[in-house]
Design a protein around this ligand. Structure first.
Ligand SMILES: Cc1cc2nc3c(=O)[nH]c(=O)nc-3n(C[C@H](O)[C@H](O)[C@H](O)COP(=O)(O)OP(=O)(O)OC[C@H]3O[C@@H](n4cnc5c(N)ncnc54)[C@H](O)[C@@H]3O)c2cc1C
Length: 508
């Protein structure tokens, strides 16, 4: 992991560019084997199965064997409705997919507030069961799955896309054609990286969330979980945040911290040593008493310009490669589930009307102010590598913010904890914070700097604008039927953009 972490940072710092994996050609393809080819099966199978059920010819290309990891994915229950609405799971299968459920969840900060919420990210979904069920359904409905086959490169033609895949062990190559290619190869997708270069965006992420943790037995049983918890000030230019919850095989605990891709940032070995150092104090247990079922680690690059806009006709990013998850959480599964109905309907409409140009597809991963405003929050929760900051500054700030949200109640607190930012809730929180501690606002300005703050103001204003547009869109929706197909396609995308971009998709 450390080798990968180091080489990742060296690559994003260097001006050397990776070889291109996407090229374009003016010649026409004779025919397309598939309507949709999806490179990457983990979250790719979600959308693959949904599209196959709608009658499209879908191919999923997975470099390994398509199966879920052992460790549960946490999510809130209402979000899982999407699986039922899209007929991906029956109610019985959905209940089987739920491995754990706990209540309440704690939010607490060193020398600050401690509060409790119910029904937030308290469901542990079993990825092994979920992916096995979706894979079986996909195959039963005629979907084609290529396992142990890695995506190599693709050529976008005016009427389709030609994809080259290679067998993992013998290197044997295969060429496939499809009308649309979905890139679901995660954060480190070579297509996503090239798209950033073509879009003249930075390939170096503005933020990185590092996480280490474990699932272990022997921790004293607790019914509650921690959504975000701190019990120490800043160390090593990092504020350590903790998360814990009951799991099928014990208790999961994570230590995570918001950093950047600077070469001086800690290695995973250092972070893991700190995790083991603090874990006994956090969970009130001796290390010797623990039986580790597995260790967990990863890092999540996040970009200010998200979601990633496709750079080509006929190619679209979905899942982690699209960067559509909040930079605050590592809830990429949750983000995909939240957008699954929108994406399935949108891709279905794009295929039906042949709206597969770059602009048509960009409207499926549009700008969302509700996501862009979260940037400032990540910045206030991280410490620059050379920044001088009071040891308890982040704890104090978060404590004040959450105290304000608590006063405003669940309608403000709960969406925020589920990665949904809404204009009224954000405005009320900022006002309440400014009244509670006017000096803190000046401290935030000093910590984050004026240019990022001005940039943030634009997203904040857009969030307000989108909230109004969302209300307007709701009253316009019934008239979509009278429009021409292309007009309807775009109106529906704008409507979705306002809804999701204002956090209007949130259901308590
Ligand atoms: C420790 C940890 C805890 C997490 N906890 C949660 C949680 O509680 N809740 C939550 O919502 N999210 C959680 N996440 C995030 C979640 O796991 C990710 O968002 C999700 O796995 C992203 O799926 P993806 O398919 O987009 O990308 P990935 O998981 O990166 O999968 C990419 C897929 O593409 C395949 N692939 C890659 N390259 C190729 C290629 N060249 N050809 C073919 N296939 C290829 C890979 O084999 C893989 O199947 C957690 C992540 C970690 C690391």
């Amino acid at each position: 992991m450390d080798r990968f972490w180091l080489s990742y940072r060296e690559t994003v710092h260097s001006s050397k560019q990776n070889p291109s994996v996407i090229s374009e050609s003016d010649t026409l393809l004779v025919e397309n084997d598939f309507d949709v080819a999806i490179a990457g099966g983990t979250l790719g199978i979600f959308i693959g199965c949904a599209l196959q059920l709608r009658g499209w010819r879908v191919l999923v290309i997975e470099q390994g064997i398509l199966k879920g990891r052992e460790q549960e994915w946490n999510i809130s229950r209402p979000e899982l409705e999407a699986f039922l609405a899209l007929d991906l799971l029956t109610s019985h299968e959905l209940e089987q997919a739920i491995a754990t459920e706990y209540n309440p969840g704690r939010v607490g900060f060193h020398q600050g507030i401690e509060l409790w919420v119910r029904d937030v990210l308290n469901i542990g979904v079993d990825p092994v069961f979920l992916l096995a069920t979706l894979k079986a359904k996909f195959l039963a409905h005629g979907g084609i799955l290529l396992e142990n086959m890695g995506f190599q490169q693709a050529i976008a033609h005016p009427n389709g896309i030609e994809i080259e895949v290679a067998h993992k062990s013998n290197g044997e190559k295969l060429k496939i054609t499809a009308r649309l290619l979905l890139d679901a190869m995660g954060h480190f997708s070579a297509i996503a990286r090239q798209a950033r270069i073509e879009n003249r965006q930075r390939t170096k992420p503005e933020g990185v969330c590092m996480v280490v943790g474990s699932c272990a037995q022997g921790i004293p049983a607790k019914a509650y979980g921690d959504l975000i918890y701190t019990f120490a000030p800043i160390q090593n230019q990092c504020q350590y945040f903790w998360e814990a919850f009951p799991a099928k095989e014990g208790r999961t605990t994570y230590l995570f911290t918001y950093v950047d891709a600077d070469l001086a940032r800690p290695s995973f070995s250092q972070l893991f040593a700190d995790y083991l150092h603090w874990l006994p104090q956090y969970q009130d247990v001796e290390l010797e008493a623990l039986k580790f079922k597995r260790t967990l680690f990863g890092f999540f690059p996040s970009y200010q310009q998200t979601p990633l806009q496709t750079a080509w006709h006929r190619i679209l990013q979905v899942g982690d490669s699209s960067g559509s998850q909040s930079p605050l959480s590592f809830g990429g599964f949750g983000a995909m589930v939240r957008h699954l109905t929108r994406l399935t309907n949108g891709i279905d409409a794009a295929l039906s009307g042949n709206f597969l140009s770059r602009n048509d597809l960009r409207s499926l991963q549009p700008y969302q102010p509700s996501l862009s405003v979260t940037w400032l929050f990540q910045k206030t929760m991280s410490v620059g590598i050379n920044q001088k900051i009071e040891g308890n500054a982040i704890n104090y700030l978060l404590s004040t913010v959450f105290a304000s949200m608590q006063k405003l109640g669940d309608p403000v607190l709960k969406p925020f904890l589920q990665d949904v930012v809404q204009f009224p809730a954000l405005s009320q929180t900022m006002l309440s914070m400014a009244i509670a501690d006017p000096v803190l606002v000046t401290k935030i300005v000093t910590q984050v700097g004026i240019p990022p703050l001005l940039d943030w103001m634009q997203h904040y204003m857009n969030l307000g604008r989108y909230s109004l547009l969302d209300r307007l869109g709701k009253s316009l929706e019934p008239t979509f039927e009278n429009l021409l197909p292309e007009q309807r396609y775009y109106w529906q995308r704008w409507y979705d953009q306002w809804k999701y971009g204002s956090g209007g998709d949130y259901h308590s």
